[in-house]
Design a protein around this ligand. Structure first.
Ligand code: TXA
Ligand code: MG
Length: 319
């Protein structure tokens, strides 16, 4: 069935309409500081099933539940001392915590895809927080793109991927960070970094006072969603192209070059590059002729570059 997808402004009225739709079990995409999320009530089986259906998401891949108040974490999960430190230090912000689910947790089991843990995050974005407040709901929200594709950083990206499949999109311009949240697992005595993001491993280690493990590539993906091929545009992506390969489109990092089709940041600024990455991949994908490849210049493996390179490696992985 094709729905008419409303585009709502981030205004008093927009929040009210969006909140009503969410309370009726409908799907509403909304902006966060990282990427646009596809929101649904985390208390409704039907609504959460709708997320999996609209995205074509495999049912084994659990969802992040967004909360509007740091105190809400302990309604759903066991928050030990370490988790509380992470919450106090980084929330609201681009850090998702995977924590042990409480036994009588009211969140529908499908948000955890059958695991005994739940991923929680309080976004640092005025529209997301207003929507959480207006709806009074915990909101399950994966990135608002068809599964495996490039994450959306504008309302137009969401419409391109999910228009006709969801009830509404709350538009509040481009997302300032541009890459999904850091995912940190604190389900046992070890802390493990399941997905790199804007909160760096160093910052986590400094706050937690302990080593944060990074699961090796040889391990089975420990975040079920960390499939090797992900964030993939239609065109093939190749990495480490210091010069433009013949016939390819070329994505640069650093000073503009006449030959580059797009530069992620002419100033070589990693925050700017992160914010532009997914939009740039989409633009290049639109420009690509059949069989033309997208070649990407090296991005330094430091700070936000770690998260940028993680997304680029998945975009380039064999499909
Ligand atoms: O920035 C973000 O995190 C965005 C915005 C909308 O908040 N959301 C997002 O959701 O990126 P999604 O579904 O695209 O990515 C969630 C990641 C997946 O890799 C998933 O496997 C992992 O978090 N995850 C969720 N629940 C988990 C759990 N219980 N245990 C392990 N990993 C989990
Ligand atoms: Mg995603």
């Amino acid at each position: 069935m094709r729905l008419k997808t409303l585009v709502l402004n981030a205004s008093e009225d927009g929040f009210r309409v969006a909140a009503d739709l969410l309370n009726q079990g409908e799907l509403v995409a909304f902006p966060t500081e990282t990427v646009y999320g596809l929101g649904a009530s985390a208390l409704s089986e039907r609504a959460v099933a709708g997320i999996y259906a609209a995205k074509g998401r495999p049912s084994f891949n659990p969802l992040i539940v967004h909360v509007g108040d740091p105190k809400d974490a302990s309604l759903y999960a066991r928050v030990d001392r370490l988790a509380q430190v992470a919450i106090d230090t980084f929330w609201p912000g681009p850090l998702t915590l995977v924590l042990p689910r409480l036994e009588h947790c009211v969140l529908v089991p499908a948000v955890s895809a059958g695991l005994d843990s739940v991923a929680l995050r309080m976004p640092n974005h005025p529209a997301a927080l207003s929507l959480l407040r207006a709806s009074g709901l915990p909101l399950a929200a994966p990135s608002a793109n068809p599964s495996g594709g490039v994450s959306p950083t504008t309302a137009a990206h969401v419409r391109d991927g999910l228009g006709g499949k969801i009830s509404a999109i709350l538009d509040h311009g481009p997302c300032p960070v541009g890459l999904e949240s850091t995912v940190l697992s604190l389900t046992d005595t070890h802390s493990r970094l399941l997905r790199p993001g804007a909160i760096s491993r160093d910052a986590l280690q400094a706050a937690l006072g302990q080593t944060v493990e990074v699961p090796g590539d040889e391990d089975v993906p420990s975040a079920p969603g960390q499939l090797v091929s992900h964030y993939a545009p239609s065109a093939r992506v190749v990495l480490d192209a210091s010069v433009r390969p013949k016939g390819a489109l070329w994505l640069r990092f650093g000073p503009a070059s006449l030959e580059a089709d797009i530069s992620l940041s002419e100033a070589g600024d990693l925050s700017e590059a992160a914010a532009r990455l997914f939009g740039a991949l989409r633009e290049l994908d639109d420009m690509a002729e059949p069989d033309q490849i997208i070649a990407v210049a090296p991005v330094p493996e430091m700070g936000l570059g770690v998260a940028i390179n993680d997304r680029l490696r998945r975009a380039a992985a064999p499909r």
